[in-house]
Ligand binder design. Structure first.
Ligand SMILES: [Zn+2]
Length: 410
């Protein structure tokens, strides 16, 4: 076993242990006592149900985590990566196509093997807590569309990256970086109009009081709002949400139909104000810039390790190749990725506070935002008392109670 294998194994072990410890603490921190702030919002049953949901989800996450780990280790130490490589190489398609097939097979195999888990998650767990609205047909269609898009969109970009690293020498990482950046900007631009509608129906919000309140608010904060869309989230789940996508002329704010159903007009304006806050405070731009920089750094490090024989020996490979190197590097890079993601989550939580602040200040109605947060927590059965360590590792949004307390201090 060489140094590469040791680093990757150590990372997998650390990741597993952190996950185990943080989940354990998180379950320990479930409090029987409903936080005072939420009195009148949750009844006893709902609160008990929300705790049960956290427990069931944690157990399920634990089981899938162990399964994935065993699967990876089993495939790795039985020489699976080389075995598959020898088979695909035998088909004699040339390096580039061989690479696409190799990675494609691994992705499809992982999707198929994980299928029972996602079926269980959707149709057993989410069903049990009355969230699931997905029909088997929608589920199957999502799967097919997802794989289709993977081939149509992921295929060309993967082919591009492989080709750069195969044929363009030392500056390959730079070309790949440029291509990926351009590609993801285009994707962000077209996703709201071309891709998301494949999965959900986007209907312009109908004329009426709500639209008027939203328009008035947008004018007040000088936000060029073209259209607000209602998205049929109820097709899959009763959980509710709102989001902002695209940029330039293609920006869209989408409110889930489930959100509109459960909230007053004022509360919905506060949700929208929060989303506009993300835009006004340039969070979306910051996120994009950071991810472009991260991608560049990662591709550069990739270019350094792609020729490291030890990395291929660690996986029992008879042949070195760019495509297999890409996969192994992904595992080698995991510790850096883990650390970066903790920082990204931290930044994201800070941004959430800022967007809340923006919404409360500009609507001059912090109470609407607070009411919204309470309702959303209840409707999504959020864990009201997550452990700080768990939050530190996993939460992109601060816990509701912290957000409410911050809003009250304004
Ligand atoms: Zn937000």
């Amino acid at each position: 076993m060489n140094i590469y294998a040791i680093i990757i194994l150590a990372t997998l072990a650390i990741d597993f242990i952190l996950d185990l410890v943080s989940n354990f603490l998180n379950l320990k921190s479930l409090s029987k006592q409903l936080p005072e702030e939420f009195e009148g919002v949750y009844d006893e049953d709902t609160y008990a149900k929300s705790q049960e949901y956290t427990k069931v989800r944690t157990r399920f996450g634990f089981i899938t985590g162990i399964f994935d780990l065993i699967l990876l280790l089993g495939f790795w130490f039985s020489g699976g990566f080389n075995w598959l490589d020898q088979i695909v190489r035998g088909w004699d398609f040339g390096e580039l196509i061989t690479g696409l097939i190799y990675i494609g097979i691994l992705i499809v195999a992982k999707t198929v093997i994980s299928l029972p888990f996602s079926i269980y998650s959707t149709f057993i767990i989410e069903e049990r807590f009355d969230f699931n609205k997905t029909t088997p047909k929608t589920f199957a269609l999502d799967l097919v569309k997802g794989l289709g898009l993977g081939v149509l969109i992921g295929g060309p970009i993967l082919a591009g990256v492989l080709a750069f690293f195969m044929f363009t020498g030392e500056l390959a990482w730079l070309y790949a970086w440029g291509a990926i950046t351009a590609f993801s900007l285009i994707m962000q631009y077209v996703a709201p109009t071309w891709i998301m509608p494949l999965f959900n129906k986007f209907t312009p919000l109908e004329e009426g009081e709500l639209k008027e309140s939203i328009q008035n608010y947008a004018d007040k904060v000088d936000f060029p709002l073209q259209e607000v869309f209602v998205i049929d989230g109820s097709k899959r789940s009763s959980k509710s949400n709102a989001f902002f996508t695209g940029f330039g002329k293609n920006k869209r704010i989408a409110l889930y139909d489930t959100l509109i159903e459960n909230h007053t007009d004022d509360e919905l304006v506060s949700v929208l104000a929060h989303e506009i806050g993300h835009y006004k405070k340039k969070h979306i731009l910051k996120g994009m810039v950071i991810s472009v920089i991260q991608t560049g750094a990662m591709l550069f490090v990739l270019s350094v390790f792609l020729n490291a024989e030890g990395l291929f020996e660690a996986f029992y490979m008879e042949n070195m190749s760019v495509y297999a190197g890409l996969i192994f590097f992904g595992m080698l890079y995991a510790p850096i990725d883990m650390i970066l993601s903790v920082f990204m989550q931290m930044m994201s939580r800070k941004h959430e506070f800022e967007a809340d602040d923006f919404a409360a200040t500009t609507t001059e109605k912090p109470d609407d935002m607070i009411a919204t947060l309470k309702k959303l927590s209840k409707d999504n059965l959020s864990n009201l008392t997550p452990h700080p360590f768990y939050v530190f590792l996993n939460y992109s949004h601060p816990p509701a109670l912290e957000r409410i307390n911050a809003l009250k201090k304004l």
